[in-house]
Design a protein around this ligand. Structure first.
Ligand code: PAF
Length: 297
């Protein structure tokens, strides 16, 4: 197997990981989705982060080299199309790491290619692109990496030599569920009311809706054999809303910019799981429909 990592989805988190992997000594190739983007990239053949240029290469999805190690950092709404565009290039036995918000894509990728080794990852790093291929690392976080199938992932050790903080996670499904639960509680409500996260705890109406969302999420988690937190979810959600009181959630930012949100892989995943388990989740369904409506208007 080559050392090369391909990265599908060169947004902020994909670019951050590209720099991290270069720092850790791996050759990195970005898979870009337009010729225009590739032309811009080729002016520098690197990503700029904190005044340092991280050299790497880039190509389009229709390139012919095969893929042994792939990091998938597309937005969840773009995953299926992006993955399908490179499927044929992925070697059997390849290592695929899905680093995304929400849930559903991880299982989908696994189902597409059962002949590969798929790991799941979740990060609290914050980053944004100042300009194409010019990155700002706004907040140092932790990336949890794990596999629901394999306990031991020795290949992660060399990945730890770059500048990001990585942790092997023996219960990555729980980690992703926890993030999903908090996102279900905060993101759709802030996007609907176009408010900062802090408004959810200062407005009694918003707070009681958030509490109702949390009760539904807890029931679905329980049915999925997930023990979310030691205390009630609403306490965790209020805590996160408090410490991020001045933030606009990622879903609100998408709505404000007229972009597709990640509602399907957050509240949508929750509602699908609830349906399979026969659990009514009327508040989450209402929010799912409202955010979908906002997206199409
Ligand atoms: O998606 C987000 O914006 C964040 O995960 C969170 C926790 C809701 C804070 O803004």
């Amino acid at each position: 197997m080559t050392q090369q990592w391909h990265i599908l989805g060169a947004g902020a988190i994909g670019s951050l990981w590209a720099c991290h992997l270069v720092d850790a000594g791996f050759p990195v190739k970005l898979i870009l989705h337009t010729q225009e983007k590739l032309d811009i990239f080729k002016q520098k053949n690197s990503i700029l982060l904190a005044d340092r240029a991280y050299p790497m290469t880039a190509e389009l999805a229709d390139a012919t080299d095969t893929i042994d190690q792939l990091l998938i950092t597309t937005k969840t709404v773009d995953t299926n199309a992006a993955f399908n565009s490179i499927q044929a290039r992925i070697n059997p036995g390849a290592r695929l790491m899905v680093l995304q918000n929400g849930m559903g894509s991880q299982q989908w990728v696994q189902a597409q290619r059962p002949d590969t080794n798929v790991t799941w990852a979740s990060t609290t790093d914050g980053a944004w692109l100042k300009a194409p291929f010019h990155l700002h690392h706004a907040g140092q976080g932790i990336t949890h990496i794990g596999s629901p199938q394999q306990q031991c992932l020795p290949w992660i050790t060399p990945l730890k030599n770059g500048f990001l903080t990585l942790e092997e996670d023996s219960d990555i499904r729980l980690t992703l569920w926890r993030k999903l639960a908090i996102n279900c509680a905060i993101n759709p409500l802030t996007a609907l009311h176009r408010c900062k996260n802090g408004a959810l705890i200062n407005n009694p109406d918003y707070l009681s809706t958030m509490a109702a969302i949390c009760r539904e999420v807890e029931l679905v988690a329980q049915a999925s054999h997930i023990e979310l937190f030691d205390g009630p979810l609403i306490e965790q959600a209020c805590h996160v809303a408090e410490i991020t009181a001045e933030n606009y959630s990622s879903m609100l930012q998408d709505v404000q910019k007229g972009r597709q949100t990640e509602i399907d892989s957050i509240t949508g995943y929750l509602c699908e799981t609830a349906k399979s388990a026969g659990i009514p989740v009327p508040i989450n369904l209402m929010l799912l429909n409202k955010i979908k409506q906002i997206q199409t208007t």
